[in-house]
Design a protein around this ligand. Structure first.
Ligand SMILES: [Zn+2]
Ligand SMILES: [Zn+2]
Length: 330
């Protein structure tokens, strides 16, 4: 089978590898689609730890091609995959904090993932989807599950003023989730014109171009700020625009070595809550269901569908103006 393997930092090869055979408790999935995201770029550049060599791709779904004897799954089922594998037995797993499991490994990060024609998947990671789902939408279930985690941490009750900093896939999913959660105002901040236009079509009530408007001057009193850019400047902005007693939920991933300044005085006297949101603990099933419900506009987020041979060029270049999500159909 063909696959995209990361051999070392900044070195990908597309080529033939042996097609795996499912052992007990595993299925072989024929990949229908795999999304490429910022984490893949961080892994590729050595800014996020990963195994090597490894087949990349952690946002994928497909059709069950082969099952082990006695499997509860059936050949031909269309499924989404939660790439994050945990032990299920440690104190963190038992408390629902599965992202902190010391045995956490991930398909497409530490073990072979979905940028391949086929991928071996433990049964515990498989979530069937409704019949007739647009197969391209399978690639959004994992990033949506991560976004749902951020919304859960924000505890929106309805009526809040929400700011979303960053207009990538996570930012644009958070806009839609905040709308479903009943936020009264949703402001999206991004430099990219196309992303601002998309945001207005899917629930943002206002958009801001930070190149034109000074975000810290024009925005204040925000109940919940979702930082979805993973940039020091937007994390700093979050601390200025969020109201006293408000929350800052950081979903954006910076490079592991990034440091930034905080103002502890402001955090104390304003009782700011700064909360990280990591991975998708126990949210994959809800994400699969929400994607199946058709309540989200996902087609508007798809920029281009490419094949395995196009992946290296996408990871080499920064995201182009007007691009949101690249999908790979192996
Ligand atoms: Zn991702
Ligand atoms: Zn565990």
């Amino acid at each position: 089978m063909r696959a995209v393997s990361l051999l070392e930092v900044n070195r990908l090869v597309v080529g033939e590898v042996e097609r795996p055979v499912p052992a007990a408790g595993q299925c072989l999935i024929k990949v229908l689609v795999c999304g490429i995201c910022g984490t893949d770029r961080h892994i590729y550049k050595g800014e996020y730890p990963s195994g090597k060599p490894v087949i990349l791709g952690h946002e994928f779904g497909g059709i069950i091609e082969e099952v082990a004897a006695g499997s509860k799954f059936k050949v031909g089922q269309v499924v989404s995959i939660d790439p994050n594998i945990v032990c299920g037995k440690c104190s963190d797993c038992l408390a629902g904090r599965t992202a902190f499991c010391p045995e956490l490994t991930a398909l497409g990060v530490n073990i072979n993932g979905g940028l391949a024609e086929y991928v071996l998947t433990p049964d515990s990671q498989i979530y069937p989807v409704i019949d007739g789902l647009n197969p391209l939408h399978l690639a959004f279930i994992e990033p949506l599950a991560c976004s749902i985690r951020g919304l859960d941490l924000a505890e929106l009750k309805g009526g809040e003023r929400v700011a979303v900093l960053g207009g990538g896939v996570i930012g644009l999913l958070v806009v839609q989730l905040a709308k479903l959660a009943g936020a009264s105002e949703i402001v999206l901040v991004t430099r990219q014109k196309f992303r601002r236009e998309v945001a207005l079509k899917i629930g943002a009530t206002r958009v801001i171009d930070p190149k034109v408007e000074n975000v810290e001057q024009v925005l204040s009193g925000i109940d919940v700020t979702f930082e979805c850019a993973g940039a020091p400047e937007t994390i700093a902005q979050s601390q200025e625009i969020t109201r006293r007693g408000g929350s800052i939920i950081i979903l954006g991933l910076t490079a592991a070595a990034t440091k930034l300044e905080i103002n502890p005085f402001n955090i104390v006297v304003n009782e700011l809550r700064i909360q990280g949101s990591f991975l998708n603990p126990l949210t994959q099933a809800r994400a699969a269901e929400l994607v199946g419900s058709g309540k989200l506009n996902l087609d508007i987020l798809i920029s281009k569908v490419i094949d395995l041979d196009g992946v290296a060029a996408v990871l080499d270049a920064p995201p182009a103006e007007g691009d949101i999500k690249y999908l790979v159909c192996p």
